[in-house]
Design a protein around this ligand. Structure first.
Ligand code: PHE
Length: 339
């Protein structure tokens, strides 16, 4: 028994921890109601009378040592904890707060919205799951119209009338149905096309659509607005309009900006021409106005649409569209300084 007490004493003296759970486990082991010291005191009854004094003293010592040890460990724990939480080293530099960054798509979208809201455009949105009418038919693309094939569509299997919108032009129709001219709105949003994914194309991307309807809106108004936009957005003021075709606008055009040929990158992205295509546009087709119950004899309008990824790739020289959707923190962190 003597040897046992000495061993326990050594064990207690050597014990150390800064964790409150192990202190409690230690307390239960030695001082608990079924603990080592309780047991020793029970065995003490059988000790020969001649040894009772000596063993009794060392048992008391053992108990006091264990109690002191636990109090000491608990005290240490409290001071360490409070130092961390309240006092600590007041000269220590503050802890850095990690700031996040906006996604480049959001940055560019907000910039475009900003440019157009300065000339009176409001922002409107519509559903991503669209019906055939708003995505195609009302936009002068009746069933079997060959131009439907210009945009490979994801249809909803259970309901052939429903699909994932292929462009934000669907929001034009909804806006015209619900608002009277004059109309001046831009609609940003996600669009979906059943296309192979590559460095230049993705099956999900973002567009922003503009629509302006009033009496006497002319192609010249469209041109001025585009010029204003490219100046504000890119700081470039040379644009050209190439005749094109969209079923919902007549006449239709593709807008190029003169990017310049100053650097090697300029050569590469403009394929040596200096010109870059940035969007499609045109005068709203009278059939589209009619479909939305707007009288084409009284009102005219223009519309334009562009891909947000494309603009962001230009502005930030991003070589691969897939980088927008990979959520790679090393890519996203680079936009911390831009709001
Ligand atoms: N909706 C067209 C597209 O997705 C872009 C566009 C919008 C063209 C408005 C003209 C007018 O390609």
């Amino acid at each position: 028994m003597k040897q046992k007490i000495i061993d326990y004493l050594n064990d207690i003296q050597a014990f150390s921890t800064d964790n409150s759970e192990s202190i409690e486990a230690f307390r239960i082991k030695y001082l608990g109601s079924k603990g080592i010291i309780k047991e020793l005191f029970a065995d003490f009854k059988q000790v020969e009378p001649a040894l009772k004094k000596e063993i009794g003293q060392s048992l008391n010592k053992l108990r006091n040592t264990a109690t002191d040890k636990i109090n000491e460990l608990k005290e240490n724990l409290e001071t360490v904890g409070s130092e961390k939480n309240i006092y600590g080293d007041l000269t220590r530099p503050g802890e850095q707060i990690e700031l996040g960054s906006r996604h480049p798509i959001s940055i560019v979208k907000n910039q475009i919205i900003d440019v157009f809201s300065r000339i009176g455009f409001t922002v409107s949105e519509g559903p991503e799951i669209e019906d055939d009418w708003h995505n195609f038919t009302a936009l002068n693309l009746p069933e079997y119209h060959p131009a439907r094939d210009m945009q490979d569509t994801f249809f909803i299997e259970k309901d052939p009338d429903m699909l994932l919108r292929t462009h934000t032009s669907s929001v034009q129709v909804r806006y015209m149905e619900n608002n009277k001219p004059p109309i001046r709105t831009i609609s940003p949003g996600r669009v979906f096309r059943n296309e192979d994914i590559s460095a230049r194309a993705h099956c999900i991307f973002h567009q922003i659509e503009g629509l302006y309807i009033d009496t006497d809106v002319s192609f010249a108004d469209l041109k001025q607005t585009l010029l204003y936009f490219t100046k504000e957005m890119f700081g470039k003021s040379k644009i050209r309009l190439r005749p094109s075709y969209f079923p919902f606008t007549e006449p239709s055009a593709e807008v190029d900006i003169y990017w310049g040929l100053e650097t090697e990158t300029d050569y590469r992205i403009t394929k040596g021409t200096g010109w870059l295509e940035i969007m499609g546009c045109g005068m709203v087709d009278p059939n589209v106005l009619k479909n939305a119950n707007i009288d084409p004899e009284v009102y005219t309008g223009y519309a334009f649409g562009m891909g947000i990824e494309r603009i962001a790739m230009l502005l930030y020289q991003i070589p691969d569209i897939r980088m927008f959707y990979e959520n790679d923190i090393r890519f996203l962190e680079q936009f911390k300084s831009v709001m």
